[in-house]
Design a protein around this ligand. Structure first.
Ligand code: KG4
Ligand code: ZN
Length: 339
């Protein structure tokens, strides 16, 4: 049978993502971001994000279909992020997906945002082995997930108990006056710095701590205090060393716990997704530790790691390929949708 041709719509946060895939093949990945509109607030403002989705939606769908070179009438289905995410932002995407699917007479597939962050790797590296272990790290989530079946069985093993990893990058960048989003700029400064310069704390790594949960708020406070002490003493803040040492603390904990989860669960594949997966030190350390543990590491290219519509289409295509039921026209947007 022909591989399913699917349009995917993602609006859980600040990117209006529309992708088109055929099975495991990426045909289009159009993204309109409202990130600049949020920059002056130092974080995503939900109301601004929702309005930006409303404006960008139809032009982005048209751009994706044109880029893919396919007619909407040839689609086998329309997939959309049903949650988790910002409630108002999700409503825009779900409403648009229903309208397209209904008008075109195609089935609608509501998908989970976290599962689609995992599934997107099929567009990069082909079929995902099952089970796969996934470390999802972004501005909104930091989770370790075990996926025996990407379309119907994704189990959360652990998550952050406070800040998400990307949020920690953004907050430290703000303390250092480096702008928003903070991840890419900290990554850049860290290349010039010494990652062993300052010993920042590794949250939740004690013998009695939850083995797969994360905590970054203590780290954030420790880094902010360290910077403040320097400033109060009238000393210059060594930005590159702070960036490198902070980044090392995050990458160390994330990779240590992910590899441990693989070992405990007997899983030999680890995928890393979400915006923070673009981090160069996280990638390098993950490669090093996975190689040492005999684990195959899968990390999609950065553009597929950040929020996009292709990941939603990828999961929709997988659902169609496996004969999973379509969603009803009453599909809700659920801001706290569990995997
Ligand atoms: O997945 P994403 O685009 O959006 C969500 O938050 O869902 O992730 C954005 C996050 C931001 O916090 C940003 O600072 C972080 O990913 N990020 C990075 C890097 N590039 C983006 N963090 C660390 N290193 C990077 N190179
Ligand atoms: Zn995301």
């Amino acid at each position: 049978a022909e591989e399913p041709l699917v349009l995917g719509i993602e609006t859980s946060c600040d990117e209006t993502g529309v992708g088109v895939v055929r099975g495991h093949t990426l045909l289009a990945d159009a993204v309109a971001s409202s990130v600049d509109a949020h920059a002056r607030y130092g974080g995503v403002v939900p109301e601004i994000a929702s309005r930006a989705h409303l404006e960008a939606m139809i032009p982005t769908v048209e751009r994706a279909l044109k880029e893919a070179g396919v007619a909407a009438s040839d689609l086998d289905g329309v997939a959309v992020t049903a949650g988790p995410g910002l409630a108002g932002a999700l409503l825009v995407g779900v409403s648009a997906a229903k309208a397209y699917a209904y008008a075109l007479g195609k089935p609608l597939y509501g998908v989970n945002h976290l599962a689609s962050h995992i599934c997107v790797d099929q567009l990069e590296h082909g079929p995902l082995p099952e089970p796969t272990m996934a470390l999802l790290v972004s501005g909104g989530h930091s989770s370790l997930l075990l996926a025996p079946d990407i379309t119907s069985d994704v189990r959360p093993l652990g998550a952050t108990i406070d800040d998400a990893a990307g949020e920690a990058f953004d907050k430290i960048a703000r303390v250092l006056h480096l702008g928003f989003p903070g991840g890419p700029v900290i990554d850049r400064y860290a290349r010039e710095g010494d990652r062993d310069a300052i010993a920042f704390p590794r949250g939740l790594t004690g013998p009695r701590d939850a083995p797969y949960d994360f905590s970054f708020s203590g780290l954030k406070t420790a880094v902010a205090r360290w910077i403040e002490a320097r400033r109060n003493a009238g000393e210059e803040v060594p930005v590159a060393d702070v960036a490198a040492s902070f980044q090392e603390a995050v990458a160390d904990v994330l990779t240590r716990k992910a590899v441990r989860a693989c070992r405990d669960e007997g899983v030999d594949h680890l995928m890393i997704g979400g915006g923070v997966a673009a981090n160069s030190r996280l990638r390098a350390l993950a490669e090093e530790r996975c190689a040492a543990a005999g684990i195959t590491l899968r990390v999609p290219r950065p553009k597929l790691c950040t929020d996009n519509g292709a990941m939603v289409a990828a999961l929709g295509a997988e659902m169609i390929a496996r004969g999973r039921p379509a969603s009803g026209w009453d599909l809700p947007a659920d801001s706290s949708l569990p995997v």
